[in-house]
Write a protein that binds this ligand. Structure first.
Ligand code: SAH
Ligand code: SF4
Length: 353
């Protein structure tokens, strides 16, 4: 992807100014950084702290690089789903979920996803490309700006659980994380940033070695090796046993615990026996389990279990570790987990913007 201003860290902005303007004092780089990440301007022309000439040179030198809203859908429960347009015309999805004065941004790390989970609509897109660090952080910048949100005035959470497998784009994901938590910029709390993986084991180790990193969530989704291979073919390469071993040795910070996500599929992985096997898998880990009853979709060959089954499953797991049922957000606008697949033009949903 072409270089853009959004996505550059302070040092890169300094080098850029040196290259395009030459000899400008170093505080100019700080002003640009502040405008992009703290004030969240939407173009170089808006960096009012810079002299006009510098603004114009900057705007002419490279694209700004923020995504634009192509569509926005709003759910009856307040969830907003954004289809965001990138510089090359491709699009990704970002979901904003308000709850009790907190806001959670569910952002994408890739356009589409190369991991072929059989219950997930995003899988049907395949991988189109990785997102740049600017495009990952830019989703938060843009959606926060259009909703008037900032980390100074609201509790903001970011979960990398939209389109894509974040650990297959780790370098850009980590750079985006650094930009998002920098107190001189967006100022998000590191504890409010989470990444979810289908279990790319070698990359989990790399993530664990990074000094600044999102919290780790693992999509478990099965209670045996065979079942997981069936539902998540990535398990053929990264076996369930090895995944659980990687979880055991994962370097958690004092305040951190692992999250396991488990999508319940009716009659497939939702029995009491499954729940007991999940307990065995996670019992000695510092962790919690989030259950998600399948969000259905056209082309997904599974059904959603009833509330009583979900309850029974939760009761068994809860005996060993904290276990929660994630309520679906934005189902009416297809914004819930696993439903992020760009909608066709003929889509019947009302378009807000
Ligand atoms: N690729 C990463 C992150 C994005 S998916 C991962 O797989 O972890 C985010 C979560 O949505 C995962 O836990 C995944 O198992 C879950 N999910 C996928 N399809 C779903 C569906 N149809 N219904 C409910 N959850 C789903
Ligand atoms: Fe990709 Fe996650 Fe969907 Fe699997 S569940 S296809 S890893 S986005």
């Amino acid at each position: 992807m072409e270089q853009a201003l959004v996505g550059m860290d302070a040092a890169e902005i300094g080098q850029l100014l040196e290259r395009v303007c030459g000899g400008v004092p170093s505080f100019r780089a700080r002003q640009v950084y502040e405008a992009v990440y703290r004030r969240r301007v939407s173009g170089a022309e808006e960096i009012s702290t810079l002299p006009r000439e510098l603004r114009e040179r900057l705007a002419g030198a490279l694209p700004f690089g923020l995504p634009e809203t192509e569509r926005c859908y709003e759910s009856a429960d307040g969830t907003k789903r954004y289809l965001l347009k990138l510089a090359d015309g491709k699009s990704v999805e970002t979901v904003l979920m308000p709850e009790d004065g907190r806001y959670t941004f569910c952002i994408s790390s890739q356009v589409g996803c190369p991991v072929n989970c059989r219950f997930c609509l995003t899988a049907l897109l395949g991988l189109e490309r990785n997102l740049t660090a600017g495009e990952i952080a830019g989703q938060v910048l843009h959606v926060a700006a259009v909703n008037g949100l900032s980390a100074e005035t609201s509790k903001l959470n970011v979960v990398m659980m939209g389109q894509g497998e974040p650990l297959l784009n780790l370098e850009n994901v980590l750079k985006a994380a650094r930009l998002l938590v920098d107190p001189k910029g967006v100022g998000l709390s590191e504890r409010r940033l989470t990444l979810s993986t289908s279990g790319i084991i070698p990359k989990m180790m790399e993530l664990g070695g990074s000094p600044l990193r999102p919290k780790l969530a693992i999509s478990l989704n099965a209670s045996t090796e065979e079942q997981r291979r069936e539902l998540m073919p990535v398990t053929r390469k990264y076996h369930l046993n090895d995944l659980m071993e990687a979880c055991r040795v994962y370097p958690l910070r004092a305040w951190e615990r692992l999250t396991f996500e488990y999508v319940l599929l009716k009659g497939v992985n939702d029995t009491d026996a499954d729940a007991r096997r999940v307990v065995k898998l996670v019992a000695n880990l510092k962790c919690k389990v989030n259950l998600i009853a399948l969000n259905p979709g056209v082309g997904i060959p599974f059904e959603t279990p009833g509330a009583a089954r979900v309850d029974a499953f939760q009761r068994i797991v809860r005996r060993a570790v904290p276990c929660f049922v994630r309520k679906p957000r934005g189902l009416d606008i297809h914004a819930a987990c696993g439903q992020l697949k760009r909608m066709a033009e003929e889509n019947p949903l009302p378009i807000l913007r």
